[in-house]
Ligand binder design. Structure first.
Ligand SMILES: *Cc1c(COP(=O)(O)O)cnc(C)c1O
Length: 371
């Protein structure tokens, strides 16, 4: 069956038919063929992020992306004298702060406005002022706005002060090249249903093995114990501790093959960039300006300002676009009225062109005449 609409959202996103087809069987979880599939996935994930494959390990974790973030925060900070510094400029950075607070982990935030990237001078001041900080966390693509934060500089700064680095690359890994060893990222977090173009059900961590091994015994949760999950997957060669999302895992493996077929992350990144560029150019013709300046904008998701003084509301646009086969995303920021359009998933420049045609018709019918 064909999908009723194309998802132009940051994940769950539109997947290929072949990825969806990989879920049409029931799979067992305990035998060797399943476990070796898991091992192959882990190996491929590490190879997507570094050439130093022996120094890193991929750990898969059940649940949505947030579960994996919580698993990292709750498992790697020492129980005694651990302190987290979070660079935040949106909902996902704020969520890391909230996770730490919920787990009673000492935390401090380096906050900037939603339209401003991480303030590196402020970050340095905070690191200088508080030697008790042990870990630094930052969101790569802050999906709230589509902002791309300077993870390279943040990690370099953190390492200057000898801190462990945690990067939430949930919405960017697989869609933007990231080299974890060059960038000195100790923990990179992402999930099955974003740029690898799989379906929801688990997240994954690419971890510096040495750091991960030293974190043993720190977990504040049984089911989200990252070290324990790692140890089981290592020692029992691909075994998950508790029921794994088998259909999602099979779909994910297919998605990894398709990423390779596309030509790898660099090629996918180019496609997303084309999607984004066609979108921004076309939207400006219809009268919608992007929230962020080009300099800080990721090709993952684009936030647009809602033009004032017109008959159009998000609900109208959303409903009409959905009738035309496109689903877009509401805004998430506090100060100005925005909405968002995702460029990722099984979405191609032709799709964006069709979206723009549909949007032109809708705005024309609503009597909006914009420059
Ligand atoms: C999607 C996303 C998450 C995880 O969200 P879930 O709804 O738990 O999957 C975390 N961080 C960022 C930056 C994201 O885009």
């Amino acid at each position: 069956m064909e999908n009723p609409y194309l998802l132009l959202t940051p994940g769950p996103l539109s997947t290929s038919k072949t990825v969806r087809n990989a879920m049409l069987k029931d799979w067992c979880t305990w035998d060797q063929s399943y476990n070796s599939l898991v091992q192959e996935i882990r190996k491929r994930l590490v190879a997507l992020a570094t050439e130093e494959t022996d120094a890193y390990a991929a750990v898969l974790m059940q649940g949505s992306g947030t579960f994996t973030v919580e698993s990292v925060i709750g498992s790697v900070l020492p129980k005694k004298n651990g302190k987290l510094l979070v660079a935040t400029n949106g909902a996902y950075g704020d969520r890391i702060v909230q996770i730490a607070r919920t787990l009673n982990i000492d935390v401090t935030a380096c906050k900037t406005d939603e339209t401003v990237p991480t303030d590196l001078d402020h970050l340095r001041e905070l690191l200088q002022a508080d030697p008790s900080i042990t870990h630094v966390a930052v969101v790569h693509c802050e999906t709230t706005t589509g902002m791309l934060n300077p993870i390279e500089e943040v990690c370099r700064l953190a390492k200057e002060f000898n801190k462990t680095t945690i990067v939430d690359a949930m919405s960017s890994f697989g869609g933007i090249p990231i080299n974890i060893s060059e960038l000195t990222i100790d923990y990179l977090i992402s999930s099955a249903n974003k740029c690898i173009q799989g379906v929801p059900g688990f997240g994954f961590v690419l971890a510096n093995k040495e750091n991960l091994q030293a974190s043993k015994g720190n977990a504040r949760s049984l089911s989200l114990d990252l070290y324990d999950q790692y140890e089981t997957m290592e020692n029992q060669q691909g075994k998950w501790r508790f029921t794994s999302p088998t259909h999602t895992v099979h779909a994910f493996y297919q998605a990894l093959l398709e990423l390779e077929e596309e030509g790898g992350i660099r090629k996918r990144y180019k496609r997303y960039q084309s999607n984004h560029q066609i979108l921004v150019d076309g939207m400006s013709e219809v009268g919608f300006k992007p929230l962020l300046t080009n300099q800080h904008q990721s090709p993952i998701i684009t936030a647009f300002l809602f033009p004032e003084d017109q008959n159009l509301t998000f609900d109208i646009i959303y409903k009409r676009l959905k009738e035309n086969g496109f689903v877009i995303y509401p805004g998430k920021i506090s100060k100005v009225d925005t909405f968002r359009i995702g460029n990722i998933g099984e979405v191609f420049p032709e799709d964006i062109t069709r979206l723009l045609e549909a949007l032109k018709n809708i705005t024309y019918k609503q009597g909006v005449v914009n420059g």
